[in-house]
Design a protein around this ligand. Sequence first.
Ligand SMILES: *Cc1c(COP(=O)(O)O)cnc(C)c1O
Length: 371
Amino acid sequence: MIVPFLDMRSMLAPDDQLIREALWRVVDRGVFILGEEVTAFEKEFRDYLFPKGEGEVVAVNSGTDAIKLSLLAAGIGPGDEVITVPNTAIPTAAAICSVGAVPVFCDIDAQTWTLDPESLRDCLSSRTRAVVPVHLYGTPCVMDAIECFAREHGLIIVEDVAQAAGAWWDGRACGTLGNFGAFSFYPTKNLGALGDAGAIAVRDPGLAEKLRWLRNYGQSDRYHAQLHRGENSRMDEMQAAVLRVRLKRLEQILRDRRKRAKLYRTLLSEFAPVSLQQHPAASRVAPHLFVIAIDSVVKGRDEVVAQLASKGVQALIHYPLPLTHQPAFAGSKCHCPVAEKVCNSILSLPFYETIPEHHIEYVVECIREVL
Ligand SMILES: *Cc1c(COP(=O)(O)O)cnc(C)c1O
């Protein structure tokens, strides 16, 4: 049996007809940049994230730019330090560096694999300006402790919510807890476009306006430049039209993903060589990846991945190398023993909202055999 890591076509199949109609609607209208689809998506996603209407959404062209523009809007730049975790996608740190700031890497919790608030204090300096917590694999960070620390030290919070659209923390949507929430709609994410796209959730209307200028060359309106620094980071109409279709089904997508994550969890429970990510109590998870940790005394992780591949199971690793070990970020300030240990033991199993249950059963069978 061949079990692919994911199957994009089967994920899109339920929306096939509506997506085709949405794309042709844009073509027939003939407006491709900053038109009514983007405006409508921003409103619909805002209503989803901020049911009480207390914030805004600014659509941009990627999750990376969502982080970058948030930092720019907050006035963060050269000489500033931004705390994040080493077990994240490279763009989290690339976005920090792109504004001229320096990433400082904080350790993670051994159970939740997300930012350990206890470790924040070790990263603090007189240059620290912001924290970028990452809701890894769709699991919310322990936000109350992070918010407390940020308030105490006057830091900006930019949530990296690229993997966690639809996750909630203590009754509020992830992405609306910090000053900014940076979403990615990369096709494989929980809420996926058919290309690059992203968005920023922001509570302060003044910052929302600044973000709208930043994404559009620094212009407030055509031919009026307000900002010295501007970017071209607009979400295009095609992606907005597709995302409006996908957003309507996001809750169903998440129910399907939770059901499948639960099946994996049940089948793997009480299997000693495997441990799973723990979810903090106040959270509603939006499962993006299904990641397991292998007890290295039983077998090395890379060997497990290779043996699964020989049985037709495609496992990946998110992420094989902590950012602190990447040449680009070598020499960064860090003390991350837990993150380094976790990075060496994890692997991601095939997981998407339409994965057949017999694939999950086969994957678990293979894992039990291999271990
Ligand atoms: C996908 C991802 C990003 C980057 O999003 P893009 O839309 O690809 O730019 C940033 N951070 C994390 C944690 C991600 O998973």
